[in-house]
Design a binder for this molecule. Structure first.
Ligand SMILES: *[C@@H]1O[C@H](CO)[C@@H](O)[C@H](O)[C@H]1NC(C)=O
Ligand SMILES: *[C@@H]1O[C@H](CO)[C@@H](O)[C@H](O)[C@H]1NC(C)=O
Ligand SMILES: *[C@@H]1O[C@H](CO)[C@@H](O)[C@H](O)[C@H]1NC(C)=O
Ligand SMILES: *[C@@H]1O[C@H](CO)[C@@H](O)[C@H](O)[C@H]1NC(C)=O
Ligand SMILES: *[C@@H]1O[C@H](CO)[C@@H](O)[C@H](O)[C@H]1NC(C)=O
Length: 649
């Protein structure tokens, strides 16, 4: 059974492109000293292994946590043992040792070795490394941060003194966006470190930690001119000044349609013409290179259907207009029906004021929350499409602008663009309200979020239909309102303990997440159901119809000392919602009042397998404190068959 002697302790030195770095986080990790040279075979992958806490090791034998961790690995892996015997300083298999947030390490291991470790008394859990693909204009105005006199940046002193930690895939120190000139020194409580050289961190980028060692290893064995007088809108990252206004022949790729074969392009004879290319195939910037080599004058790139009206403009080596899928189909239909189809590009410069905004991007993270269905996710949405962002260099730009200074900004999309907006707003709120807890700040942002767009229509999803709660959570962040929410749903870290116990986690897992002292024993605690966690959104998971669900919440007055709020509930006819008491009268700030919500299915209205959306608002003269209500099918209904069970072990 145990064939470790065949030497699964192998590694091969192939670098992969992905690199991950994280900035200002509290995990203290120690990069391993060496990677060794043991060329044995077997399929290794990177794992995060959590070990039991509190931990004790013989400090006469092991100088530090890293070398103790190395001995744990050696205890299940022959080659690592040999290496450790030869050179006690060797920590060959370990990539990082962690000791603050978790006690554990990341290491290169085979599945057999992980199985072997799982029998050890120091072992808690091993998580295989996952590689995620990167998805990635005037947002201060869109968000109302600038405004006259009363703008959020003014009322929050630009967030002065608040430290923001960002967990993401890399940072380009030295970029003008990270220039620390005219910034005050970090607050005295700052105790972090800078993994770059000392000259790089400054009063803006006050620290950085990098955790990309594992990415260095790969394992063996794994937008009137269109001929018929019609114009369509598309988007282009660059605006060529020499394209010319003449009509050019418009052709399509007769191969796979995606412009991925230069031979096909040459056979069509695209010289001096405009070619339209379907989505798919290699990177769109690669297509442009093929198309230019084949002699085309311009290219139209059709976006994937799932992207709806969202265009992610890329730099292309020839004049290119990117169009939504629906527009692409119209142009192709035109080509099919005309004898000599023709087109030209008219570049209109930067166009501001998107007609309909905001809307949910097709690639935005969506619910449900598979680990905890009783908590609505996402919480909130924010600007994240085509944001001007600092980059080390713009990919492919050297090909058509070799004599220009490399631009340090590009158009980027994704959570990496939305998260800085949201965390920056949280920092502004923290500056304006230094005593508020993280939960209170989150509540303020969620209960004041917008659910309608600039046209006062329900927030749209990428396909144009109204966005569901699983797409937009509580809605789009509204910083001015979030600065003064009236009431907040507060939570403390200990409040999460009975919630985690209620999810069915083991004592050990709960303790490794929260680190309470002394450690908790779930059996001795009241269990808190997910619905009763004092969260700013309300979710009822129902197993069958008819149903009755009681939910409790408490709200803290952070608005006007003496104030009265009346409840307003909007739900479809298939359910009734009763709130007790229906009014909340506060006499002081920081006063906390509780209420209960009873959600009942209406008789004769079976609504078993679909989700129901509603909302609950606490309304006073000055404030509207809104919570989305989601009623969704639970484990006992077929609609959830595909979701993962609550983690056990
Ligand atoms: C831990 O001890 C090993 C072996 O003595 C040494 O090589 C390594 O640098 C130490 N690491 C830290 C963070 O002190
Ligand atoms: C900020 O607001 C105050 C009044 O609250 C006003 O006096 C000041 O000029 C404003 N500053 C800016 C930069 O708008
Ligand atoms: C520090 O890093 C920056 C950015 O990577 C680089 O420009 C600079 O030359 C480095 N300085 C030293 C002393 O290595
Ligand atoms: C391709 O088309 C261009 C422009 O119509 C023409 O000048 C050229 O001779 C054609 N090439 C071939 C190989 O037919
Ligand atoms: C929320 O709870 C925390 C922890 O108990 C407390 O410090 C804070 O004052 C409470 N209220 C707000 C508005 O954050």
């Amino acid at each position: 059974m145990d064939d470790r002697s065949h030497g699964q302790c192998s590694l091969s030195r192939l670098a992969i492109g992905a690199a991950a770095a994280l900035v200002v986080v509290s995990i203290a990790a120690t990069p391993a000293a060496s990677h060794g040279g043991h060329d044995d075979t077997g399929v290794h992958s990177n794992y995060l292994v959590i070990v039991r806490k509190p931990y004790q090791y013989d400090t006469n034998v092991y100088k530090n946590v890293s070398s103790w961790h190395a001995s744990l690995v050696a205890s299940v892996c022959d080659k690592a043992k040999e290496a450790l015997e030869e050179d006690p300083a060797s920590v060959t298999r370990i990539i990082y040792s962690y000791r603050n947030v978790v006690n554990g390490f990341s290491a290169r291991l085979t599945t057999e070795e992980v199985a072997e470790m799982s029998k050890m008394d120091w072992f808690v859990q091993a998580f295989p490394e996952k590689t995620y693909q990167l998805l990635t204009t005037h947002t201060p105005q869109l968000l109302g941060l600038m405004g006259r006199a009363g703008g959020v940046w003014n009322t929050s002193n630009m967030g002065e003194g608040i430290i923001i930690g960002i967990l993401d895939d890399g940072i380009y120190a030295g970029h003008p966006s990270l220039d620390g000139r005219d910034m005050k020194p970090p607050p005295a409580r700052w105790n972090g470190r800078c993994d770059f050289n000392k000259t790089v961190c400054n009063n803006k980028l006050i620290g950085a930690r990098s955790f990309f060692e594992s990415a260095k290893w790969k394992w063996k064995g794994l937008r009137d001119p269109l001929g018929n007088g019609v114009t369509f809108d598309g988007e282009s990252l660059t605006e060529p000044n020499n394209f010319g206004a003449e009509m050019r022949s418009l052709v399509r790729d007769v191969g796979d349609g995606m412009c991925t074969s230069e031979n096909v392009l040459r056979a069509v004879n695209v010289t001096g013409k405009i070619i339209i290319c379907d989505p798919g195939g290699d990177l769109s910037t690669e297509k442009a290179k093929l198309v230019r080599r084949a002699g085309a004058a311009g290219m139209i790139v059709i976006a994937p259907q799932a992207f709806g009206l969202v265009i992610i403009p890329r730099p292309h080596v020839l004049p290119t207009v990117q169009v939504p899928f629906v527009v692409g189909q119209k142009i192709k239909a035109y080509i099919r029906t005309m004898q000599s189809p023709a087109a030209t590009f008219v570049f209109q410069g930067t166009v501001f004021n998107t007609p309909q905004s905001p809307m949910v991007a097709p690639f935005s993270s969506r619910g449900p929350n598979r680990r905890s269905r009783g908590i609505l996710k996402p919480d909130i949405i924010g600007p994240g499409v085509n944001v001007l962002a600092g980059v080390p260099k713009v990919e492919d730009v050297e090909e058509f602008a070799s004599n220009t200074v490399m631009p340090k900004f590009d158009i980027k999309s994704g959570t990496s663009m939305a998260a800085p907006h949201l965390s920056g707003i949280a920092a502004l709120i923290k500056n304006a309200h230094p005593t508020w807890s993280p939960a209170a700040i989150k509540s303020a942002m969620m209960t004041t979020a917008d659910t309608v767009d600039n046209l006062q229509k329900p927030m749209a999803d990428a396909d144009g239909t109204p966005a569901t709660y699983y797409a937009m959570g509580a809605g789009h962040v509204n910083p001015q309102k979030a600065m003064d929410p009236g009431l907040v749903y507060n939570l403390t870290a200990p409040d999460y303990v009975p919630y985690l116990c209620g999810l069915g986690y083991t004592d050990q897992k709960v303790n490794s997440i929260i680190h309470p002292a002394p450690p908790v024993e779930c059996a001795k605690l009241p269990k808190l159901e997910q619905k009763d966690l004092n969260y700013p959104s309300i979710t009822a998971v129902v197993d069958r119809t008819p149903f009755v669900v009681d939910i409790t919440r408490s709200v803290t007055n952070v608005g006007v000392a003496s104030s009265t709020y009346a409840v307003e509930v909007n739900v479809p006819a298939s359910v009734t919602v009763e709130v007790k008491p229906p009014t909340l009268t506060f006499k002081a700030l920081e006063e906390v009042l509780s209420y209960t919500i009873t959600i009942k299915s209406t008789s004769g209205q079976p609504s078993s397998a679909s989700t129901i959306e509603g909302q609950l608002k606490w309304v006073s003269g000055n404030y509207v404190v809104r919570s989305p209500i989601l009623i969704c099918p639970g484990a006992g209904t077929s609609a959830t068959a595909a979701t993962q069970p609550v983690p056990q072990t």
